[in-house]
Design a protein around this ligand. Structure first.
Ligand SMILES: Nc1ncnc2c1ncn2[C@@H]1O[C@H](COP(=O)(O)OP(=O)(O)OP(=O)(O)O)[C@@H](O)[C@H]1O
Ligand SMILES: [Mg+2]
Length: 330
C-alpha cells in the first residue's frame, strides 16, 4: 500500500432536505452522511459495509461529486474536487468512475455494446474514430467478452454479461479509481464469483483502486484490503481486513460479523450470534451522542450525550466508541 493516499476524504457531510407530510408542508433533514473521514490508498480495495440506509451509496456519490457535498473535502490530485462545478470537474471525471448494481438501468437500451463502450473513448478523446473498433475489441476482451458482442444490444445479454459491459465502459475511461456500488449484488452466486475475479484481475493489470460497497460480508472478506463499517451516516470502524475480521472493536461491527457463518464447521458450532435489538433509528432524527447507543449492548451514560471521537487505537485501526480502550486506559 502506498503511503500517500490517492483520495483523502475529510469531514464529508451530505444532508438531504426533504418535504414531509401529505402535502409536503414540513421540511426535514436526512443526515445521510455526517462527518466521515478516511483515506483511500492507491491500489487498494476499500470496502464499505453497514445496514441498508446507513449512507454507503451517498458516500460514494458525494465523494465522486455526483451529488453536491453539504460540507467537507475530498482531495484528489491536490484538488478539493467536491468544490468544483461540472466544467472544472471534467478533467477528473475520466479518472473517477462508478459501476452500479443494475447495469440494465444504466446502459442505454438503444445503443449497441460497441457504442456503449466506445462513447466515453470518443468523449474523452482517448482514440480516433478509426482506432475505435480495435479499442472496443480490446476492452471487451479485457472483461472476457468476444469482440462480436460489440454488435449486440443490452437486452441480448445476461445479467453477468451486462455487468461486464458496464465494467468495460468504466475501463474505457482509463480510470484510476472505481466505485463499485453493489456491483455484484444482483447476480447469481456463481456469476458473482466470476465478476469478483474479473475485478481483481483488472485491478492488478491496471493498478486500479476500488471503493467497494457491499452488504455480503463473505465477499468483502475475500476481496478487501481494508474495510469501513458505517452506521447511520457515520463511520463506526475502519481497519485492515485482517484486523477487522479477527479483532473487531466496535460493538456494532461485532454484531454485524457475528451474523456471518464460519466456513470451518468446528468454528461454526461455537459461533455466538449476537442479535441486535431495536430498529435502526431514522436518519431524519438520529440519536444524540453515539448514534448506536440505542441498540448497543454496552452503552454507558456518556454514549447518550457525547459523540465518540474518531480515533486510531492501534496503527491502521480506527474506531469511534467510548468503550474501546477503557480497560487499558483505566
Ligand atoms: N436523494 C435523496 N433524497 C433524500 N434522501 C436520500 C436521498 N438519497 C439517499 N437518501 C437517504 O439517505 C440515507 C442513506 O442512503 P444511502 O442510499 O446512501 O444508503 P445505503 O447505505 O447505500 O443503503 P443500501 O444498502 O440500501 O443501498 C437513507 O436514509 C436514504 O433514504
Ligand atoms: Mg446503496
Amino acid at each position: 500500500m502506498a503511503a500517500e493516499p490517492l483520495i483523502k476524504v475529510e469531514n464529508l457531510v451530505k444532508h438531504f432536505v426533504v418535504r414531509l407530510g401529505a402535502f409536503g408542508e414540513r421540511g426535514a433533514t436526512v443526515y445521510a452522511v455526517d462527518d466521515v473521514s478516511f483515506d483511500i490508498f492507491a491500489g487498494e480495495t476499500l470496502s464499505l459495509v453497514g445496514e441498508s440506509g446507513c449512507g454507503k451509496s451517498t458516500t460514494g456519490f458525494t465523494l465522486l461529486n455526483l451529488q453536491k457535498a453539504t460540507s467537507g473535502k475530498v482531495i484528489f490530485q491536490g484538488e478539493n474536487i467536491v468544490s468544483l462545478d461540472e466544467k472544472r470537474m471534467r478533467p477528473y471525471r475520466r479518472e473517477l468512475q462508478i459501476v452500479f448494481q443494475d447495469p440494465y438501468s444504466t446502459l442505454n437500451p438503444r445503443m449497441t455494446i460497441g457504442e456503449v463502450v466506445g462513447e466515453p473513448i470518443l468523449f474523452h478523446k482517448l482514440a480516433t474514430k478509426a482506432e475505435l473498433p480495435e479499442c472496443v475489441s480490446r476492452l471487451l476482451a479485457d472483461v472476457g467478452l468476444p469482440a462480436r458482442f460489440a454488435q449486440r444490444y443490452p437486452h441480448e445479454l445476461s445479467g453477468g454479461q451486462r455487468q461486464r459491459v458496464a465494467i468495460a465502459r468504466a475501463l474505457a475511461c482509463q480510470p484510476k479509481f472505481i466505485v463499485c456500488d453493489e456491483a455484484i449484488s444482483a447476480l447469481d452466486v456463481s456469476v458473482q464469483a466470476q465478476i469478483i475475479n474479473l475485478l481483481l484481475d483488472l485491478q492488478e493489470k491496471y493498478g486500479l483502486t476500488y471503493l467497494f460497497i457491499a452488504h455480503d460480508l463473505a465477499v468483502v472478506r475475500h476481496i478487501s484490503t481494508r474495510v469501513g463499517v458505517m452506521y447511520l451516516g457515520r463511520m463506526a470502524e475502519l481497519a485492515t481486513r485482517e484486523q477487522l475480521f479477527s479483532n473487531p472493536l466496535h460493538p456494532y461491527t461485532r454484531a454485524l460479523l457475528s451474523a456471518v457463518p464460519e466456513a470451518d464447521p468446528e468454528l461454526e458450532k461455537t459461533r455466538q450470534r449476537q442479535i441486535l435489538t431495536g430498529d435502526v433509528p431514522s436518519p431524519l432524527a438520529p440519536p444524540a451522542g453515539c448514534r448506536f447507543h440505542t441498540r448497543c449492548p454496552i452503552a454507558m451514560d456518556k454514549c447518550k450525550a457525547v459523540v465518540p471521537e474518531w480515533r486510531e487505537v492501534v496503527p491502521g485501526h480506527h474506531v469511534s466508541c467510548h468503550a474501546v480502550g477503557m480497560e487499558t486506559a483505566g
